[in-house]
Design a protein around this ligand. Structure first.
Ligand code: PEP
Ligand code: MN
Length: 290
């Protein structure tokens, strides 16, 4: 595999090949601290997001997450399935994000959504199904916002790295790669978490690499163990689906954790992070307006 010129480890632009860090709100991805984003597959209501921020956020909660995730535009297999709240969902997540000082990441599915989402979101997610939507990648290259690029359902490591190169070569080097499982023959798990890819991507690129164990597993009972495996393998963070009433989640209920399970999971990462020279971030409390 030829090294990608900009995102590759031996990029001429990165003389000392030191890893890049990406700033999302007051969290740094790719430094010593492990970055944890949590939240629902889809934004459903203000109460749903408020409960998550109250439980896991830095000010009123236990500080276990550094960013909120929540889809307002949802790429669904069937056009008859819930497609997301759209712009109404954006105001909901923005409101909770601001009041709790909790940055948020949300998926951008199309070029015409970039303007409104990048005006408010702290990070823009490119979903698996769009990993090779080259026009979208080029447009995100022109935006001054971190991009969370998820690996395509059946993308090779080279295709994944080159997708990141599309964004970087159009001017935006704030990119975080996300391994979220690849398709294989066994339907017991939704996908197969490719831990080898996490290690390879850390060696091949200077970009932070995080793992989404929720979409990899498709089953909530596997998520905590896969998260620990990811951190042990050198991942810089995790993005995990959680919900105050996981069984009632409109999308991806089966893989969604309760808030209590999410907190337990993050606690269980601490010794593993320490063992690999990392740290689970302490809550960064700030004054919150009433
Ligand atoms: C998601 O994060 O909710 C999602 C749809 O993920 P992916 O693009 O990895 O399937
Ligand atoms: Mn989902």
């Amino acid at each position: 595999m030829k090294p990608a010129p900009l995102v590759g480890r031996n990029s001429s632009k990165i003389q000392d090949a030191s890893p890049t860090t990406v700033q999302v709100g007051n969290a740094t991805i790719g430094g010593t601290n492990i970055f944890i984003a949590g939240g629902p597959c889809a934004v459903e209501s203000a109460a749903q997001l408020e409960a998550i921020a109250n439980h896991l956020g830095p000010n009123r909660g236990n500080g276990h997450i550094q960013a909120l995730r929540g889809g307002i535009y949802k790429p669904r297999t069937s056009p008859y399935d819930y497609q997301g709240m759209g712009q109404d969902g954006l105001s909901l997540i923005l409101n909770v994000s601001q009041r709790h000082h909790l940055p948020f990441v949300t998926e951008v599915m199309a070029i015409d959504q970039i303007e409104s989402l990048s005006a408010h979101a702290d990070m823009l997610q490119v979903g698996s199904r769009n990993m090779q939507n080259f026009d979208l990648l080029k447009a995100l290259g022109k935006v001054n916002k971190p991009v969370l690029l998820k690996r395509g359902l059946a993308a090779t490591i080279e295709e994944f790295v080159m997708a990141a190169e599309y964004i970087a070569s159009h001017g935006n080097s704030n990119i975080v790669l996300c391994e979220r499982g690849i398709r294989s023959f066994d339907s017991y798990t939704r996908n197969v978490l490719d831990i080898g890819a996490v290690v390879a991507l850390k060696q091949l690129t200077h970009l932070p690499v995080i793992v989404d164990p929720s979409h990899a597993a498709g089953r909530r009972e596997l998520v905590a163990s896969l998260s620990r495996a990811a951190i042990a393998a050198g991942a810089d963070g995790l993005i995990i689906e959680c919900h105050p009433n996981p069984d009632q989640a409109i999308s991806d209920a089966q893989q969604t954790l309760s808030l209590e399970a999410m907190a337990e999971l993050v606690e269980s990462l601490k010794p593993i992070a320490t063992a690999v020279g990392r740290r689970v971030a302490e809550p960064q409390r700030q004054l919150v307006a009433a």
